[in-house]
Design a protein around this ligand. Structure first.
Ligand code: HEM
Length: 133
């Protein structure tokens, strides 16, 4: 964490900035990581569905220290359980991280916060693995 009491949510710029990060993330996934995108519900244009994008954005807002609306709407994230039916191996973990890095590049997350978020995202993405290899 940077040397301040501000949350990552505040440092990023609040709700609009976090929603922007989430949109860029799924746009990168749609464009660059078709195998990963196809694991998600897709809309009529073959893009990750609006509902999935919005649910992840709401989760991110809370996870980064903003309002806990995801938990109010959907309960505790229990991420590993919610991903149990999704085959996550090393290649999907790495594809997820590439899309998130691209999104962070595109929205321009500043240095120290970027380094902090890379580590946290990498930890949670690795934690989601539920298939060997
Ligand atoms: C590492 C590879 C990952 C894969 C392949 C993956 C894939 C998926 C899929 C297929 C869904 C269900 C469809 C949807 O609701 O969009 C989903 C839901 C979700 N994922 Fe992931 N995911 C990964 C990592 C992560 C990570 C690292 C996070 C958190 C930082 C995350 C957070 C979520 C959330 C919050 C949901 C919605 C859960 C719900 O409310 O039902 N995922 N993911």
């Amino acid at each position: 964490m940077p040397e301040t009491s501000a949350t990552p949510y505040e440092l990023l710029g609040g709700e609009a900035a976090v929603r922007q990060l989430s949109e860029r993330f799924y746009d990168a996934m749609d464009r660059d990581e078709p195998a990963l995108a196809r694991l998600h519900p897709l809309d009529e244009h073959g893009r990750v569905a609006r509902e999935s994008r919005d649910r992840f954005a709401l989760f991110l807002i809370g996870w980064l220290g903003g309002p806990q609306d995801y938990i109010a709407a959907h309960g505790h994230p229990r991420l590993r359980m919610r991903h149990a039916r999704v085959p996550v191996d090393i290649s999907m973990r790495d594809a997820w991280m590439r899309a998130m890095r691209t999104a962070m590049d595109e929205v321009g997350v500043p240095g120290e916060l970027r380094a902090f978020l890379e580590v946290r995202f990498a930890e949670v993405a690795d934690f989601m693995r539920n298939r060997p290899g």
